[in-house]
Design a protein around this ligand. Sequence first.
Ligand SMILES: Cc1ncc(COP(=O)(O)O)c(C=O)c1O
Length: 412
Amino acid sequence: MATPTTRLDCAELDKHDPLAAIREEFTLPDDIVYLDGNSLGPLPCAARARVREMVDVEWGEGLIRSWNDAGWYDKPRTLGARIAPLVGARPDEVVVCDSTSINLFKVLSAALRLRPGRSIVVAEAGGFPTDLYIVEGATSTGYRRKLLYDGQDLAEVLDDDVAVVVLGHVDYRTGRLRDMARLTDQVHRAGALMIWDVCHSVGALPVRLGDCGVDFAVGCTYKYLNGGPGAPAFAFAAQRHQDDARHPLSGWHGHADPFAFSQEYRPAPGISRFLVGTPPVLSYAPLESSLDIWSRVDLNWVRAKSVAMTSLFLTLVEQECVGHGVEIASPRYPEERGSQVSLRHPDGYRIVQALIERGVIGDFRTPDVLRFGFTPLYLRYVDVWDAVAQLRDVLESGIWQEERFGARASVT
Ligand SMILES: Cc1ncc(COP(=O)(O)O)c(C=O)c1O
């Protein structure tokens, strides 16, 4: 694709975009350019009616009968089967429940038990903090956490005491995309198991857990999957590990026969053993509407448009915003990039706040990262153009230096 040189060129690209019509299926305020779908996806229009139906009909009228009649009890599995094609898994390898953090604790505990005699878990120093903290918590007795630093080769930390490696597929700070197939193979050749955090790649690009031979994975549904704030996360366990996988959160929904109410825990066969307690049923409703949209979308189109948008943004930023202290923090080569572009600036927080006031919503990650997520289901090429025009204006005018942009909110 030749780089568009005018806003009209961008509008022309939008006219020929095979995903263009899907934007209408989301609720997006007219005056907003939403570049934060990598943090919280927007509301699918159909979710309103689905939530109302679940509340009014399934809960209001069906009451407790809905655990059976409306399929509430099976939702973690039925929704897992619907997420499976988005991550290249079999329908019986994914379950939707709990948060990413809790699912990581479960799959990590299970993986450690599958590698007795080894005592090290490798995690990335720059990984998303919850992954680091969960690894720290899960390795507090008898295990050790070893950190992989930015730029360090995995080979340097792998030895025959490493039991498990936990990596993020797309770096939440820079958007750098890791080579899942190569790294998983490298970890396996060292005799260890591989866990991927796919929070920033699921729904952003085709993920191939099965083809890459991944052992376990976790991911969330509130970012690119548009499942709503705090929507339940998912856990993936390769079929070959399921029968031997044991973790310590042995709650009754992971029991082989929960309604036998027996005194001893007996893990359910298959992926169900990764369930713990009663699922938050109402939180599944918006995700169902979102997955209806995803079931009609070709992930290769998503990736092609994502690459085109991130490339366009990078080119325009380089053209329009140089000389204002902004640096590019994301990889230049599209094959090394997820679906976000990050910039660095010492006053990044203020600049993001000034952009938000002008209707361009991105976010900030400490100490100096401005993040912009490009979500092909509902963003247009003209949005990319408009976002860069606003960024240039904010930088050129220096408006971000005004006092009101300095006050830090709890969520950045
Ligand atoms: C890579 C990654 N892992 C995990 C999480 C969050 O996990 P949880 O859903 O448990 O809050 C995030 C949230 O932004 C994330 O970016």
